[in-house]
Write a protein that binds this ligand. Structure first.
Ligand code: ADP
Length: 493
């Protein structure tokens, strides 16, 4: 009888492995940092072999630390930083270039060319994405155009492409598995949402030979076996980090949504089998689905500066010593005293899409004190999230009743209550803090038969705290109107 599921969580800066038991208790965790390389301003890379080595070391350490025997593991699930691009030689496994990380802006010019070439509508229509350097397609093109001999080799079928999930599976299986899942594929700008497959027209536009691309499977499916510590383990779950968190939060149905409050905020709303195109600047993306199911979709909106505004209070302004002190100060005053912080440090995302906007603190008076500004900074995270929630509601026409939350800043009770109040929504914070890794574990668990179905995993994650909306409608509208005035003021400047 197998007793455990091993989740591999390859994030932007660290590779982690978490071993879960049948009740989703964490049995062991191991983590290794993966350094980023910054060759020029705006360029971000990682060494693919370091990504693999760190992940492999964390797996080994996690299982060794747990004291279990590896043959007690039922299946492995993988979740990963999305869009990050690796190209390697099929014959030797040698990467032809460093991994180009999702944050890297080097292909902004290629994106401008695509827009000038009149491809924006076709790309948006097929992929659900805005043309942006963020996605993998232009990163592959850059490698083929800039690494000596790469394009010729790719055309001869000698090179392979993968996002980080694919690269890890290829390495862990000794070159036997070259696959990805729908969620990772949907971030490449080469994938058609309606066909759930690579799109030849998009491959032509970006000049990417089809022979480089991995096969695509459902997120919960059998991917193949790896040799690990002397036993063969099946990989049965793969999903990009945000979609994995959506699954890990048990958002399986249309209208269910989650927000991850990390450095930025990532909000995903499940739209079931509907491909909803956004009129508010949101992205349409594949949601995790299981073998034998139809394709599932989600709308995604992000807030660039979420928890990072609290880092700024700590490290930039020295207003607080630790991030969690922000809650203590926010609760010292009865409101923000009319102060609004608009943390547009790197422009504003959905629904404004104003890359030139800069941040501002508005509404200062002689009576403004430090706690007012701290409180306003926390409130800004909720206001920005609310802007995305309203965009989703506008796009789907669905009344969204609950928001499931995770990520570092979701530990802040003041922020969670304010979110419930300002969005007039129930905020649900699960006891299980590892939603991203849990998603990969659930997918691998269901696909391997370790868990029976979605209903069983939903029952496992029933412990949570709910924050119910308490603010009057009048007060909510007044505060929201102040926020929108503040955003206008900041953009006018
Ligand atoms: P990431 O995965 O993006 O690195 P985390 O999920 O670890 O982020 O969350 C860290 C972020 O959350 C930081 O920006 C930090 O300022 C913020 N944060 C952490 N704890 C709190 C807290 N109690 N209140 C407000 N913000 C917090």
């Amino acid at each position: 009888m197998k007793k455990y599921i091993l989740a591999l969580d390859e994030g932007t800066t660290s590779a982690r492995s978490i071993l879960f038991d049948r009740d989703m208790n964490i049995v062991a965790v191991a983590q290794n940092e993966v350094p980023q390389i910054f060759p020029k301003p705006g360029w971000v890379e990682q060494n693919p072999l370091e990504i693999y080595a760190s992940q492999f070391a964390s797996m080994t350490e996690c299982v060794a630390r747990s004291g279990i025997s590896p043959d007690e593991i039922a299946a492995v699930g993988i979740t990963n930083q999305r869009e990050t691009t690796v190209v390697w030689e099929k014959a030797t496994g040698r990467p032809v270039y460093n991994a180009i990380v999702w944050q890297c802006r080097r292909t902004a010019d290629i994106c401008d060319e695509l827009v000038k070439g009149g491809h924006a509508d076709e790309i948006a229509e097929k992929t659900g994405l805005k043309i942006d350097a963020y996605f993998s397609g232009t990163k592959i093109k850059w490698i083929l155009d800039n690494v000596e001999g790469a394009r010729e080799k790719a055309e001869r079928g000698e090179l392979l492409f993968g996002t980080v999930d694919t690269w890890l599976m290829w390495k862990l299986s000794g070159g036997k598995i070259h696959l990805t899942d729908n969620t990772n594929a949907s971030r490449t700008m080469l994938y058609s949402l309606s066909k759930s497959d690579w799109d030849d027209g998009l491959l032509d536009i970006l000049g990417v030979p089809k022979s480089m691309l991995p096969g695509i499977k459902r997120s919960g499916a059998y991917y193949g076996e790896i040799d690990f510590m002397g036993v063969k383990l099946p990989i049965c779950g793969v999903a990009g980090d945000q979609q994995s968190a959506l699954f890990g939060q048990c958002c399986f149905e249309s209208g269910e949504m989650k927000n991850t409050y990390g450095t930025g905020c990532f909000l995903l709303a499940h739209t079931g089998s509907r491909i909803v195109k956004s009129g508010h600047g949101l992205i349409t993306t594949a949601a995790a689905s299981l073998e034998g199911e139809g394709s599932e979709y989600a709308l995604e909106g992000s807030v660039f500066v979420g928890g990072a505004v609290i880092q700024w209070l700590r490290d930039g302004l020295h207003f607080i010593e630790e991030a969690h002190d922000s809650e203590y100060f926010a609760k010292k005053v009865k409101d923000s005293g009319g102060v609004y912080v608009v943390p547009a440090f790197t422009g504003l995302g959905a629904p404004y899409w104003d890359m030139k906007a800069k941040g501002a603190i508005l509404g200062l008076t002689r009576g403004t004190k430090r706690p007012h500004i701290i409180r306003a900074a926390l409130e800004s995270i909720a206001y920005q999230t609310d802007d995305v929630i309203k965009s989703i509601a506008g796009d789907t026409g669905v009344k969204l009743s609950a928001l499931k939350v995770d990520g570092g800043a979701s530990a802040n009770d003041f922020l969670m209550q304010f979110q419930a109040d300002i969005s007039d929504i129930t905020v649900i914070r699960a006891e299980m803090k590892e939603a991203t890794a849990a998603g990969a574990a659930y997918l691998a668990g269901i696909a391997s038969g370790f868990f029976k179905d979605k209903a069983e995993v939903k029952a496992l994650s029933s412990n949570h705290r709910a924050f119910l909306p308490q603010m009057t409608r009048e007060e909510r509208e007044k505060k929201l109107s102040g926020w929108h005035d503040a955003v206008r003021g900041c953009r006018a400047y």
